[in-house]
Design a protein around this ligand. Structure first.
Ligand SMILES: O=P(O)(O)OC[C@H]1O[C@H](OP(=O)(O)OP(=O)(O)O)[C@H](O)[C@@H]1O
Length: 220
């Protein structure tokens, strides 16, 4: 086993629900804002749990399983959460190369848009904490293409099933292998959301104390 020294959570579903709970903030407790500047009702901030040793190790162990299954040894991402994930995967994996896509090139130094140790000889996986509209991962894929790298697939931690990111990536030939898909239980109750562990095909319904995510939320 390549990653036997890692803390792979016994119950991956329970861990993914915990990760969701710890990253969920309601507006009354912590203000967040939509892209149009208006206040959002809720937000997921995975940067906080991912910046803690045990959580990052556990997420990376799950992602490494997915990467191993697809035979990918290079990871790249853009943004704060992706930076944590790339660092964690490089540290926790064996023979994993990592890269970070800059928002824009600097006018000085090496003027690279991708920093790190990626090789053009092998495909690269895109990692991120959340796949929503797909804008972030698509931008990374476009930079990879422009720089002569092949994209293997996308590996988000959480995917919002009510957003179009998965379809947008697929339209560009990129499959998405998320650890968990979040969806609403609209028919049952507004007090529930579903965390579906994609790898095990098991779903966990989490009883929310607050109102659950709605399609017009903000995130990140
Ligand atoms: O699929 P998308 O619609 O692009 O949404 C997903 C992205 O949004 C969030 O990042 P955010 O924009 O908040 O950036 P930051 O955390 O790096 O500042 C999140 O961390 C993803 O990178």
């Amino acid at each position: 086993m390549m990653h036997r020294l890692l803390d792979v959570p016994e119950g991956a579903e329970a861990f993914l629900v915990q990760l969701y709970q710890e990253s969920y903030f309601h507006f009354r407790d912590r203000a967040s804002f939509r892209q149009d500047g208006r206040p959002g009702t809720w937000a997921l901030d995975l940067r906080r749990p991912l910046a803690r040793s045990a959580h990052l190790r556990a997420v990376c162990a799950l992602l490494l399983r997915q990467l191993e299954a697809t035979g990918v040894h290079q990871v790249v991402g853009a943004g704060a959460a992706a930076g944590l994930l790339v660092g964690g995967l490089v540290a926790c994996g064996h023979d994993i190369r990592g890269g970070i896509v800059r928002e824009r090139r600097k006018p000085y130094g090496f003027r690279e848009q991708i920093e790190g140790a990626l090789s053009r000889d092998q495909p690269v996986a895109i990692v991120d904490d959340i796949l929503a509209s797909g804008t972030t991962m698509i931008r990374v894929a476009e930079v990879l293409k422009a720089e002569g790298y092949a994209t293997a697939a996308a590996f988000p931690v959480f995917e919002f099933s009510w957003r179009t990111g998965r379809a947008a990536l697929l339209a560009r030939g990129i499959a998405s292998h998320s650890l968990a898909r979040l969806s609403h239980c609209q028919r049952q109750s507004l007090e529930q959301t579903t965390v579906w562990n994609v790898a095990s095909s098991r779903q966990v319904v989490w009883e929310l104390k607050q109102r659950p995510p709605s399609p017009d939320q903000v995130h990140g």
